[in-house]
Design a binder for this molecule. Structure first.
Ligand SMILES: Nc1nc2c(ncn2[C@@H]2O[C@H](COP(=O)(O)OP(=O)(O)OP(=O)(O)O)[C@@H](O)[C@H]2O)c(=O)[nH]1
Ligand SMILES: [Mg+2]
Length: 226
């Protein structure tokens, strides 16, 4: 039997939250799968991210509230396809990994398909970020029963399902709240390996690359867990 997906089953809006990722976006767009439309959500970039995104064929959505979660939520609201995907716009992830995740959700093998970062080469993923991820993933496994090893850095699910979870975190606690609420709602989650590379040269980390970023993330996670 031919089990390839027809184009409608791959219909997916790709949401990319971006703050100052103008230099990374051309790389990211190189491997956006055919048939997927892209929404870049910008709130406060000063490097021309929105113009670059538009020139690459993306729809640009502006969000007044700063933060990763605020940007993701605005993108999901603006999405038009039944399936939504979220990934970073810093060049660390490859959109070529999306069709496999989309296929899992399209076939209803799981409610949500997520990526597990597998770093390509040394120094791609700083030890403190990796250790923090491992601890949180362990905690999520224990409390949710999801067999996950990462914090859903790339994810695909149905837009309606996601909006029904009513996620309220607007910063970096968003993925953690998503996992907690998905578990309570009885979702199933399927995790697959995805490639993880260094962010594009010339762009700045908002999380693990700086102490302030790491601290802000810890505060956001603590806010979700309490
Ligand atoms: N629109 C918007 N995007 C953001 C904001 N903060 C982060 N992002 C984007 O969210 C994605 C993830 O942020 P990153 O800085 O790459 O964080 P990370 O991948 O967890 O950590 P490192 O890349 O290792 O520092 C990137 O595409 C950022 O540009 C924000 O306040 N607004
Ligand atoms: Mg990143």
């Amino acid at each position: 039997m031919d089990d390839r997906l027809v184009p409608e089953q791959l219909a997916c809006t790709v949401v990319i939250p971006c703050r100052d990722e103008a230099l990374a976006l051309p790389t990211v767009f190189r491997t956006i799968p055919d048939g997927m439309n892209v929404i870049v959500v910008d709130n406060g970039s000063t490097d021309g991210t929105a113009d670059v995104a538009r020139s690459l064929g993306a729809e640009v959505v502006y969000e007044d509230v700063a933060g990763y979660g605020a940007a993701v939520h605005a993108g999901i609201l603006a999405a038009t396809a039944p399936l939504v995907a979220v990934l970073d716009g810093d060049g660390s992830m490859d959109p070529a990994d999306l069709p496999e995740l989309v296929s899992v959700v399209s076939r209803r093998t799981a409610t949500m398909a997520i990526g597990r970062r597998r770093p390509e080469g040394k120094g791609v993923w700083p030890w403190h970020a990796r250790a923090g991820t491992a601890v949180l993933a362990w905690w999520i496994r224990r409390s949710s029963g999801f067999g996950v090893h990462d914090l859903a850095p790339m994810r695909v699910c149905r837009r309606d399902d996601l909006l029904a979870l009513d996620i309220t975190d607007r910063r970096f606690g968003y993925p953690l709240e998503l996992m907690i609420k998905a578990s309570r709602a009885g979702w199933t989650v399927h995790e697959r390996d995805i490639v993880y590379r260094s962010r594009a040269r010339g762009t700045k980390s908002k999380v693990s690359g700086t102490l302030l970023g790491t601290w802000r993330t810890i505060v956001d996670f603590a806010g979700v867990l309490t």
